[in-house]
Design a protein around this ligand. Structure first.
Ligand code: GTP
Ligand code: MG
Length: 383
């Protein structure tokens, strides 16, 4: 029996394949052009992180996507010409496509078609290092694939040379593939539960100390801040989703008081649902923290939208507002100042504002009634 193709199509990871990408999106009443452009900027960074090279972008004015082809028919023809002229290998759409939209677009275009969730899944797959992250990513991929399986498999059966009889055979194959994938999903979920339980032990040990989680939009500077606060050397980079696995270390400079800092995976607008659900156990770090420091990139033109997205995710995780300490990072990169005078402002890069941040953390923990005994406690922690 053949194995179902679970790659879901992927941008090439080596330079010999055609990595040229055209981005496509819509704007209209609900989404002004400028905002749609910002979203495409972000998609371009995602594609870049995934190994693609954006050579053009297409924005169409349409209030609702075409149910068959997402873009309107005329626009699809235009993109086909452009893709041919520029010899693009991929069209990446800034939205979640239905299986039939992908199929119809690929019929009309001389290139492969991917949607935003597929690109994000690909980045996560490339970044996953720990067993937990790899298990979560595989689970997310299979859950993304399951509803899409019918069309791609039916498509395959058709390509093999249809006829009613053969089409019937294709359906049977799909059912087999589906069953196989469902079984794998069940296994992965069990495995995640096991991993989480064994981490629970570690956590109880940690929980004799106050735990603060650094959360926020991807690329806000959480890992840089983590490194600064704990003298660690975790991987921080000007790319999206540099961090997937949570890390722990002791918060330094609070007079020996036992506080643990936890660095976590970043948030993003339009994260695939399957991914959020799969990363539940990683996000539990945030859910269960005594205090969440919400890090915002103050230097980003989208700072406020990113703050809102992260706030929604935090609310969805059940983190109450009083457990959130809002802080604006990258103030060293700001030209204009004066906004949000009340919020904490700091720079993880230069270290500016760190004393104030630590003081605010301790003060908030105290007002929340989290015990953080003064010195000489059992304070051993491993990350
Ligand atoms: N100018 C400036 N850049 C910063 C500051 N903090 C972080 N950066 C830069 O921002 C980029 C992202 O930093 P990370 O610490 O990896 O961000 P993150 O929030 O952990 O990102 P993900 O793990 O990908 O979600 C890196 O290039 C950092 O050098 C800061 O205070 N000022
Ligand atoms: Mg990080």
């Amino acid at each position: 029996m053949r194995n179902p193709d679970t790659s879901g199509g992927a941008l090439p990871s080596n330079k010999t394949e055609n990595s040229k990408v055209i981005l496509a999106g819509l704007f209209g009443r609900a989404l002004p052009r400028a905002v749609a452009e910002d979203h495409l900027d972000e998609l371009e960074r995602l594609v870049d992180t995934a190994g693609g090279q954006v050579i053009a972008r297409v924005l169409q004015e349409r209030d609702t996507p075409d149910p068959a082809t997402y873009l309107g028919k005329g626009k699809v023809r235009e993109v086909a010409e452009q893709a041919g002229a520029l010899s693009a290998g991929w069209i990446v759409v800034d939205d979640e496509l239905t299986p039939s939209q992908v199929r119809n677009l690929e019929k009309e275009l001389p290139a492969r078609v991917l949607d935003r969730p597929a690109v994000i899944l690909q980045i996560f797959a490339a970044r996953a290092r720990s067993r937990e992250a790899m298990t979560q990513v595989e689970l997310a991929r299979l859950q993304y694939l399951l509803p899409r399986l019918s069309s791609s498999a039916a498509n395959l059966a058709q390509q093999r040379g249809g006829g009613a009889f053969r089409a019937g055979g294709g359906e049977k194959q799909i059912e087999l593939d589906r069953r196989k994938i469902r079984r794998r999903i069940a296994t992965l979920k069990e495995e995640l539960e096991r991993i989480e339980k064994s981490r629970g032990v570690q956590k109880r040990r940690l929980h004799r100390m106050a735990v603060i989680a650094l959360a926020g939009y991807t690329n806000a500077g959480k890992t840089t801040l983590f490194n600064r606060l704990t003298s660690s050397r975790e991987f921080a980079e000007d790319r999206l989703f540099a961090t997937l696995d949570p890390r722990h270390a002791r918060l330094l400079g609070v007079e020996g008081r036992p506080v643990v800092v936890s660095d976590t995976v970043g948030f993003l607008r339009k994260l695939p649902h399957s991914l959020v659900a799969s990363f539940r156990s990683t996000l539990r770090e945030v859910e269960e923290a005594d205090l969440v420091v919400h890090v915002v990139d103050a230097s980003s033109a989208q700072a406020e939208e990113q703050r809102q997205v992260a706030e929604e995710v935090l609310a969805g995780l059940g983190v109450e507002p009083e457990r959130i300490l809002l802080g604006y990072n990258k103030v060293d990169a700001l030209t204009a100042s004066g906004e949000n005078l009340e919020a904490l402002r700091f720079s993880a890069k230069t270290g500016e504002g760190m004393a104030e941040l630590k003081a605010a953390i301790v003060k908030r923990l105290e007002s929340l009634g989290v015990p953080i005994p003064v010195p000489n406690y059992a304070t051993e922690v491993r990350s």
